[in-house]
Design a protein. Structure first.
Length: 745
C-alpha cells in the first residue's frame, strides 16, 4: 500500500513495469493523463521497475508506458477515489515495435494491498439515488455496516432522523457505523475537517449533492496518515475540466404530496403545511479571456456552484416530535382571579379534575395570603385584583390560550406544533491550476449563510410553552482548502496544504420588548427587568400549577457560538528502489467559543410546592429582621403563585462564555516495501499530540483552567498481498500489530 497524504484526500497511482515473463523493466517512460482536464505527468521506472505518482485528485486517469524494443502500453479508465493508493498490477509490455500500441480498459478496482475497510459513494449514486434532503451525508444509510441511529453516550437506537430539512449540521452524527456511536464520525471536505468541535453529532457546513463529486467512507484499518475517526467521511468537491459544463436546477416539495406524520393522529394536529424550494446552478470549465491567449493550454480550470434553501412552515428543531409543544396553562378566567369550581373544571377537564394527583391545582382556594388560620375570606374561589402579584400576572399574560381538553394520557389543555421559516444559501468556488508538469495547485472556498427560527429554547424544545416573541438564529459558515503539489524529481514529491473552517452562529429575540417588561429587577436590582423562566419539572405534568417555560436571556445581547479551525501540514514521498517512504506532519488549532445559554441570568423559578390551605409560609427576613413575615396559603398552587409565592428562585449575574481550544500536532512515517510485485510490507509509525488544550469558563467569581492534553504513540506493522491473491477466499492478507501508549502532559 502506498499511503495517501495526511489530511489531504489526494491519491496515488503506482505500478511495476515488467515484460511478458515478469522480468523488471527499468527506465521505461511513464505518462499519466487526467482524462477530465488533459493534465499529464511523466515519470520513469526505477531500477526495480517501480514508478509512482502522488498528490493526485480523484477522477479518471489513463497511463501510457513506452520502452524501446517493446510495444507501447496504454491503460484507460483508471478511477482514483478520494485518498486511494492504487497499484497497477497488469503493466506487462510485449516485445515488438513501439508503433504498435496495446490498449486495455481498467477493471473494477478491488484493493488487495491494504486491510483498509472503506466504501465509496460514487458520483452516479449521488446523482441518481432518491433522497429527502440536500446533504450527501444522508447517503451514509445506504452503506453496509451503517444503521440509522439516534444516540447518546450509552445507547444507539433506530429512530430515523428527518433528512428533509437543510441545516449546516447535516446528518453526520445520525448514523452509526459498525456499532460505533455517531459522535465518532468525522467529516472532511477536500481534506478540511468540518466536524463541529463543540458537538460531534453535527457538521459545520452542508455537503451539497450538486457540489461534490464523490464521498469516501473509511470505517476501520486505515493507515496512520488518516486523522480523526474512528469513522472518517471524506467528500471531494467537483472540479472544472478542459471543457465547459454546467447545470440549472430546482428541487421543490409541498405538503400536498406528503403523508401525515405518525404524531398527527394522537395529538390531533394537522399535516405539516411545509413548502421547500431549492433553486441552484453550477458552472465549470477552463478560465478563458476572449480575444487573448490567456490559458491557451487550459491548465487553469474552475468550478462554481450555488443553491438557495427556502423553507416555509417546516418543523422547528428538525422533526415532528421536536416541534410538538404542549402545557397545562391557567385559563384567562384564572389569570383574572377566578378559581371557582367551574373555572377549575374548565382548566383541568373532567379527567384531571377528579385525579388525586392534581389535587393541589384542583382545590377551590379559601384563604387569602393575609388571612388568619381558621378564618378564610375568599368566596367561591375569587381572588381580588388587589391581592394579585404584578410579576406573576405578567408571567401568566404571556401564556397561550387553552385549546385542548386534557386527559390522563394527554394531560395538557394547550398543544400546538412549532413551524418555522428557514432561509439559507450556499455557494462554492474552486480552481485547479497545473502550473507546470512539476507543480499543481488547488484551492476551494465555500460559504453558507442564512437564518432559522428558534421558537423555544436554543438548540432544543423543552416541551413547555414557547419563548414570548420567539427567537431567531443567524448563521455564517465559511470553509477553505488549498494545496500545492511539487514533483521535485521523478522519485520525490512534496505536498503542502492549508485548511480553514469558521462558523459564527448568533441567537437573538424576535421581539426584545416581550422579554423586558417584567415589573421586578430580580435578585441584583441592577435596573434589568428580564422575564424569568419557570423550570420546575413536575410529575405528573402540570401538577405544580405553572407550565415549563425555558426562556433564553436575550436581554444581555445575542447568544453566540463560534468555531475556528485552521490546519496546516506537509507530506513528502520518496521512492528508493523497492521502497516508497512517506513522511507527514500536521498541525491543527481548534477553537470553540460559545455562550453558556443554560445559565438563568434572567432568574429561574424552580419549586412550586407550597403548604396546604390555611398553612403558614414564612418569607425570608429583611435586613435587620430576625424572622420574615408569615403568610397563609390558599390551598391551590396556582392561586398562591398569582399572589406571588414560589418555593425557590435563583439567578446568576452574568452569562458566561465557555472558551475551548486545543492543539493537535501529528506526524507519521510510512515505508511501503514491495518485496515482490505480489507482496507488499508496510511499516507505519505515527504519533499524535494533543497539547496546550484549555477550557476557560469565565464566571462572576471564578476562573478555571482544565488541561486537555493526551498523547498517543501508535505503531502499526502491516503485511499485505497485491496482484494475484495469496489467499483465494479472502483475496488479501493483513496482519496488524498495534502498540500504543497514552499519558497526560
Amino acid at each position: 500500500m502506498l499511503p495517501a497524504s495526511a489530511q489531504v484526500i489526494s491519491g496515488t497511482i503506482s505500478g511495476t513495469v515488467q515484460d511478458s515473463t515478469g522480468a523488471i523493466i527499468p527506465n521505461a517512460s511513464v505518462v499519466l493523463t487526467n482524462q477530465a482536464t488533459g493534465d499529464h505527468r511523466t515519470s520513469t521506472s526505477n531500477s526495480a521497475g517501480l514508478f509512482s505518482f502522488h498528490g493526485l485528485p480523484s477522477g479518471d486517469f489513463s497511463i501510457s508506458v513506452t520502452e524501446p524494443g517493446f510495444q507501447a502500453f496504454t491503460e484507460k479508465g483508471i478511477h482514483l477515489d478520494p485518498g486511494d493508493s492504487r497499484d497497477l498490477t497488469n503493466l506487462k509490455l510485449q516485445t515488438g515495435e513501439a508503433k504498435a500500441v496495446v490498449t486495455v480498459q481498467a477493471q473494477t478496482y478491488i484493493p488487495l494491498d491494504t486491510g483498509e475497510n472503506s466504501h465509496l459513494i460514487t458520483a452516479e449514486q449521488i446523482q441518481h439515488l432518491s433522497v429527502e434532503g440536500r446533504d450527501v451525508t444522508e447517503l451514509l444509510k445506504t452503506l453496509p455496516g451503517f444503521a440509522i441511529g439516534s444516540q447518546n453516550s450509552t445507547n444507539v437506537n433506530n429512530a430515523a432522523p428527518d433528512a428533509s430539512q437543510v441545516s449546516s449540521g447535516g446528518l453526520i452524527g445520525s448514523y452509526s457505523a459498525n456499532g460505533n456511536l455517531g459522535t465518532g464520525n468525522s467529516l472532511k471536505l477536500d481534506g478540511a475537517n468540518i466536524t463541529d468541535p463543540g458537538s460531534n453529532n453535527l457538521a459545520l457546513q452542508t455537503v451539497n449533492y450538486d457540489e461534490v463529486a464523490e464521498v469516501k467512507v473509511e470505517t476501520s484499518n486505515f493507515g496512520p496518515d488518516i486523522s480523526q475517526g474512528p469513522v472518517v467521511v471524506s467528500a471531494v468537491t467537483k472540479s472544472g475540466t478542459n471543457q465547459f459544463h454546467g447545470s440549472l436546477y430546482t428541487y421543490a416539495r409541498t405538503y400536498q404530496l406528503d403523508s401525515s406524520d405518525a404524531l398527527n393522529g394522537p395529538t390531533g394536529q394537522m399535516k405539516d403545511p411545509d413548502r421547500e424550494v431549492y433553486p441552484g446552478g453550477t458552472l465549470g470549465g477552463p478560465v478563458l479571456i476572449p480575444g487573448t491567449n490567456f490559458n491557451h493550454n487550459r491548465a487553469l480550470t474552475f468550478f462554481v456552484g450555488g443553491e438557495d434553501y427556502a423553507q416555509r412552515n417546516v418543523y422547528a428543531y428538525g422533526s415532528a416530535g421536536t416541534a410538538l409543544v404542549h402545557a397545562l396553562v391557567p385559563t384567562p378566567a384564572m389569570q383574572g382571579g377566578d378559581f371557582s369550581a367551574a373555572a377549575l373544571q374548565n382548566y383541568l377537564g373532567p379527567s384531571l379534575y377528579n385525579n388525586s394527583a392534581y389535587a393541589n391545582v384542583a382545590t377551590v382556594p379559601t384563604y387569602a395570603k393575609g388571612d388568619t388560620a381558621g378564618m378564610p375570606t375568599l368566596v367561591n374561589g375569587q381572588l381580588p385584583s388587589s391581592l394579585q402579584d404584578p410579576g406573576f400576572k405578567y408571567i401568566m399574560s404571556t401564556y397561550p390560550i387553552p385549546n385542548n381538553l386534557p386527559t390522563a394520557t394527554n394531560p395538557y389543555n394547550w398543544q400546538s406544533v412549532d413551524y418555522i421559516n428557514n432561509d439559507l444559501y450556499q455557494a462554492i468556488a474552486r480552481v485547479d491550476l497545473a502550473i507546470s508538469q512539476r507543480n499543481h495547485f488547488f484551492a476551494r472556498y465555500s460559504v453558507q449563510r442564512g437564518s432559522s427560527g428558534e421558537p423555544a429554547a436554543i438548540f432544543y424544545n423543552p416541551n413547555g410553552v414557547n419563548t414570548p416573541g420567539g427567537g431567531n438564529s443567524s448563521l455564517n459558515s465559511e470553509a477553505a482548502a488549498a494545496s500545492l503539489t511539487t514533483i521535485i524529481t521523478p522519485t520525490l514529491t512534496n505536498q503542502i496544504f492549508a485548511n480553514l473552517v469558521y462558523l459564527n452562529e448568533q441567537f437573538s429575540s424576535n421581539d426584545p420588548s416581550a422579554l423586558t417588561a417584567f415589573p421586578y429587577q430580580g435578585a441584583f436590582a441592577n435596573g434589568r427587568h428580564p422575564l424569568p423562566e419557570l423550570a420546575a419539572y413536575n410529575s405528573p405534568a402540570g401538577s405544580g400549577g405553572l407550565p415549563l417555560s425555558i426562556v433564553p436571556d436575550y436581554t444581555l445581547g445575542p447568544i453566540f457560538t463560534r468555531k475556528f479551525d485552521p490546519e496546516v501540514g506537509d507530506n513528502v514521498t520518496k521512492v528508493w528502489g523497492r521502497h516508497t517512504a512517506s513522511f507527514g506532519v500536521y498541525g491543527q488549532r481548534t477553537t470553540n467559543n460559545q455562550t453558556n445559554d443554560n445559565v438563568p441570568t434572567n432568574g429561574q423559578i424552580t419549586n412550586y410546592f407550597l403548604p396546604g390551605a390555611g398553612q403558614p409560609l414564612a418569607d425570608l427576613p429583611s435586613p435587620g429582621q430576625s424572622a420574615g413575615t408569615s403568610y397563609t396559603m390558599s390551598g391551590n398552587y396556582v392561586t398562591d403563585e398569582l399572589e406571588g409565592f414560589v418555593g425557590g428562585y435563583s439567578q446568576q449575574n452574568i452569562l458566561p462564555d465557555v472558551n475551548l481550544y486545543f492543539w493537535n500536532i501529528a506526524f507519521f512515517a510510512n515505508d511501503s516495501w514491495k518485496v515482490t510485485p505480489r507482496v507488499t510490507v508496510n511499516v507505519d509509525p505515527a504519533s499524535s499530540i494533543w497539547g496546550s488544550g484549555t477550557m476557560l469558563m469565565a464566571t462572576a467569581s471564578s476562573f478555571s483552567t482544565l488541561p486537555l492534553s493526551p498523547v498517543g504513540l501508535p505503531i502499526r506493522l502491516t503485511l499485505a498481498s497485491s496482484g494475484t491473491p495469496l489467499i483465494p477466499l479472502s483475496r488479501s492478507l493483513a496482519i496488524a500489530l498495534i502498540l500504543s501508549s497514552s499519558n497526560l502532559v
